[in-house]
Design a protein around this ligand. Sequence first.
Ligand code: FAD
Length: 372
Amino acid sequence: KQYIIIGAGILGTSAAYQLAKSGVSVTVIDREEPGRATDAAAGIICPWLSQRRNKAWYALAKSGAAYYTSLIEQLKEDGETETGYRQVGAISVQKDAGKLEKMKERAITRRLDAPEIGVIEKLTSTDTSALFPPLLNDFESVYISGAARVNGRALRQALVNAAEKHGALFVKGSAELEYEDSIVTGVRLEKEFYPADCVLVTAGAWASELLKPLGIHLEVSGQKAQIVHLQLSDEVTEEWPVVIPPNDQYILAFDDGKVIVGATHEDGMEFDGRVTAGGLHEVLDKALAVAPGLVDSEFIETRVGFRPITPNFLPIIGEVPNVKGMLLANGLGASGLTVGPFLGEQLAKLVLGQQVEIDLDLYPVSGAIRQD
Ligand code: FAD
């Protein structure tokens, strides 16, 4: 059997890796969009403190976070160790003691069926700033040891390398679907036709344009995000935890003094790749208010990415109603680095006819299709 994947973000590369490992023939086509969400992502893997109440989302995010242990191990076996993944823990910082107490209780309840949360501890302001020195020094926090950070670009590349080792073929170009009646027969890349038994569409924020010729209106849009990379000198940052401040932003450190702050949530700005004065101002203003110690860091770059979102902000996976020969997964939104590797693995299982570990009825593609 021949499988083709359109879109090599975190979702497509994870599916490709698992398909290639299972021994089937897989070709991945990607046109390297500069706004690829996976390349811009911050890299926080910490779904358990979220106040989002949607159970379908939480189930996926929880499984996604837990899956990392297995994925990193699998990649290591394939010789891929450069993923930027590290379980550094997270601190949710607050000045409101009551809110911290509630957060701690919620984490303890969630740990009952998510032991990977690890240690949950309330930290004093002194201990909090010792863990992340640039922070304001009057924040207290809840620390959880199971949280991690990952470099989206590095992880994606590791998945590509490992998939190639197992025989996957990666082709650069802009794909279009080929179909007869409502059966997808393969993919067209400029003048070349690639036949397929099944095409997997993991095209992120750009997926709706692919389906348009089939008369399908997929309601996936690209929410613009601007995110800033800073460089601290003379700081040993690799063990610093992820910081979740009381505002809607986050701060996280990587190795060698690199710190990432962000990000904006800009609706209605689809595929506008500009770094704007307003975007930079918002991100830096919020970051410096929480971590004034970053004021002297060097500005390195701003990345712009488009989070693929569905109308109800839930991922979707499965067949498109009334279309054969194609499976689709999308809608990873703001938590796609957490969910993507796991959902990609589930997508591979689905196309291979294997038992999946998620309730597919919770994430139907039909939920994001507009009927005219
Ligand atoms: P993408 O990574 O966007 O990949 C889609 C791919 O499809 C692209 O490579 C594109 O070139 C290709 N493509 C599209 N159409 C075609 C076509 N016709 N032909 C060929 N190729 C095509 N998640 C977390 O869990 N934690 C975080 O801390 C986090 N931070 C984030 C910060 C920012 C600034 C952003 C933007 C996102 C963040 N996310 C985070 C979310 C996460 O990055 C996304 O949900 C996830 O990367 C989406 O992956 P994807 O594979 O669906 O899409």
